[in-house]
Ligand binder design. Structure first.
Ligand code: EPZ
Length: 425
């Protein structure tokens, strides 16, 4: 894919209505879960984003027959593979989500240890500790997790996560669904995507209760059957669109995402003086007055989502006064800050805390995106800034957002894609 940049002319107040796409972080575990049953499953409302394409490629590599895009049919009848290839795992850390299903279905798996990424080392020690508790034997050989289940079938166990982990919880739910006996997970992640996975696994014949709370019980069954399901909306995209309306002093109706999925960001936007109206057809965001300084600490759900922290920094940068952002989930989530400083933002980072002194205006500048959410943050800054901003490495956006630039243009944003010279990393 040729390098691309986004050229944004700031100052336009976004107005109108926009439809949220299906949830990327819901779709990924659901695609992995199709490995738990032999046959044809159908997933609808899948977002057409890079990460979903990568997971589909992984399922094909494992012998799955994957067709379609927004409506994807996965036939796992011939999915006999047990090894995930390093290039796919390197491209997307969430590829580790096949580890649990491969162990549950085949009793063995080889999955390269995903490297870290820009936001942190991203270990999967909790995934491995949990699978070991279920009876798997796991070794690391040449950077590859080599796992197998003596006696072929995992056995239920009581397990407490030392760290609340979203994909770790998803891995254990999928593995335990076919284990012998009951599994209890303590300190489990409570994200809506966990509840969505439990809904789908139960539709496949699993017996899971407590998803969405910190304690999940899974009574293993001997087999699961294929499933049809429509994936829930992307709450991070919804939050992104709400924040875009806020930083441009706009008036936008974000359709297709129920308000309970965006409560934490709605609350903080209200604190910042933005009018949020919850309706049956979505969330309306009106930012008619100057933004107020607001402190944010990111937390596992139902706290403020770490994925929206880079974007909320832009709200802080435009608010009159001091705001403090504390990142409690990942180690390195401030890569967007030096780029925002190039646009005139007054931000001081100390470890996991960023102190922001809001200024009335940001100035357009050439900036570089490092990851999906940093790219979104810089795009929002460009929408709010005076003049033109060029966001390089903009294809990072396409890993996690379906046509975000098209959606923003439909709301009046003045932005376009342009070819860009390859950035020297
Ligand atoms: C999921 O990542 C999301 N990805 C992330 O979204 C999201 O930022 C993150 O949850 C937090 O909400 C998907 O769902 C595919 P974690 P995940 O395991 O599961 C530590 C995006 O932009 N940890 O909940 O990888 C870890 O280092 C992505 O869409 C361990 O120590 O996150 C982190 O500090 C980015 N050991 C914390 O837990 C482990 O075994 C939370 O990580 C696992 C995690």
């Amino acid at each position: 894919m040729t390098a691309q940049k986004l050229v944004v002319r700031g100052g336009v107040r976004l107005k109108g209505e926009v439809q949220v796409s299906g949830g990327k972080n819901a779709a990924l575990p659901l695609l992995a879960a199709t490995l738990l049953a032999s046959g044809r499953s159908q997933l609808r409302n899948l977002p057409q984003v890079g990460d979903v394409a990568t997971m589909s490629a992984l399922l094909r590599h494992l012998g799955g027959d994957v067709s379609g895009s927004r409506v994807t049919v996965v036939d796992t009848s011939a999915a006999d593979g047990r090894e995930a290839p390093y290039p796919l795992v390197r491209a997307m850390r969430a590829s580790v989500l096949v580890l649990g299903p491969l162990l549950a279905r085949h009793g063995e798996a080889r999955v390269p240890l995903p490297g870290g990424c820009v936001i942190g080392p991203r270990p999967i020690d909790e995934h491995c500790r949990g699978l070991t508790a279920l009876g798997a034997e796991i070794a690391l050989e040449g950077g590859v997790i080599v796992a197998h289940v003596p006696g072929q079938r995992l056995r239920g166990a009581s397990h407490r996560f030392a760290v609340t982990t979203v994909t770790g919880t998803e891995t254990l739910m999928m593995a335990a669904a076919l284990a012998r006996g009951r599994t209890t997970l303590e300190n489990a992640a409570r994200e809506p995507e966990i509840e969505e996975l439990a809904r789908v696994l139960n539709k496949m014949g699993a017996r899971i209760s407590g998803a969405g709370t910190a304690t999940i019980a899974i009574d293993g069954v001997s087999a699961l059957h294929p499933v049809e399901h429509t994936v829930l909306p992307d709450r991070i995209e919804a939050g992104t669109l709400m924040l875009a309306a806020a930083v441009t002093r706009g008036d936008v109706l974000v359709r297709g995402c129920e308000t309970s999925l965006v409560e934490a960001v709605s609350e903080k936007l209200r604190d910042a003086g933005v009018e949020i109206t919850d309706g049956s057809d979505g969330v309306r965001v009106r930012a008619r007055q100057t933004l107020r300084p607001t402190d944010v600490t990111t937390r596992p759900h139902p706290g403020f989502p770490t994925d929206l922290a880079p974007l909320f920094t832009v709200v802080m940068a435009l608010a009159k006064g001091q705001s403090v952002l504390t990142e409690s989930v990942f180690e390195r989530r401030f890569h967007h800050v030096p780029e925002l400083q190039r646009m005139g933002a007054d931000i001081v980072v100390d470890g996991r805390t960023a102190v922001v002194h809001g200024t009335a205006r940001l100035s357009g500048a050439p900036v570089v995106a490092t990851d999906v959410r940093a790219a979104a943050a810089l795009l929002l800054a460009g929408l709010a800034a005076e003049g033109t901003t060029e966001v390089s490495q903009a294809t990072a956006l396409d890993r996690g957002y379906e046509g975000l630039d098209k959606k923003l243009r439909a709301l009046g944003a003045d932005l376009r894609r342009a070819p860009a010279p390859e950035m020297i990393a």
